[in-house]
Design a protein around this ligand. Sequence first.
Ligand SMILES: Nc1ncnc2c1ncn2[C@@H]1O[C@H](COP(=O)(O)OP(=O)(O)OP(=O)(O)O)[C@@H](O)[C@H]1O
Ligand SMILES: [Mg+2]
Length: 244
Amino acid sequence: MAIKQAKVIAVTSVKGGTGKTTTVLALAGILSNKKIKTIIVDMDLHSGVIGASLNLKSNKDIYTLINDYMNHNLKEINDYISKYNDYIDVLPAPKDPRSVGKINSYYIDSLLKKLKYKYDVILIDTNHIIDDINLITFDNADNIIYIMTSDLMDLRNMKTMLAIYKDMNLNKYTLILNEVLNKHSLTPHEINAYLGRNIDYIIPSNYYIKNMKKLIMEGKIVTLEKNYQKDTILKEVIDNILKG
Ligand SMILES: Nc1ncnc2c1ncn2[C@@H]1O[C@H](COP(=O)(O)OP(=O)(O)OP(=O)(O)O)[C@@H](O)[C@H]1O
Ligand SMILES: [Mg+2]
């Protein structure tokens, strides 16, 4: 009999500041509303903000876990994980960025494989850099969500990325255009023509969250707030990924 394993969803981009972390948090809230046991892993190792955004106080982070693992001192994985609510656990990025260079991607691979047996969904925030850590993360992902803007440099990098995926015969990714942070006024039609592939979803500009700063200061997740539960685009994204 097959053992049920978590769906692994990595949220990434080809340029910084496109809305990845905001999307990860919103998705976690949607999964929590559905009572789906989720862990957010903050793999933006140098500058991850998930722990801070959720006001988590624990000293434990991905480095303390990997360091103990590398030194054969790994205790119960739960000892390193922070709980946000009944359905959302968090493994924060290292508090001290100087420790990042000591994290070996072999252990990241092994850690993700262990977590797959403990959760329904592993939601991974990443940075936009293609390094060993991200490649291992993508390898483990059932779906890679690209959050993109219509910034021209963003589109150029995205086009290159799509060519690589085509070369490798990979199609386990989802393209989301985030119009909330759009700087240029290219239409989705123009973007599709430029990329030679259709965008899968658009987060429209009216999804701008006015009280974002307040939510972050209070450690709140927008999709767990009463007024915002109608985030229909991301609900559709998650439903389709869970189905696939
Ligand atoms: N829907 C939104 N409404 C209001 N502000 C938003 C929204 N989405 C993102 N932002 C703001 O835009 C900025 C960039 O978003 P975010 O941090 O999610 O991007 P990122 O891709 O994770 O960035 P980085 O590459 O630096 O990790 C943040 O200040 C965030 O609060
Ligand atoms: Mg981020």
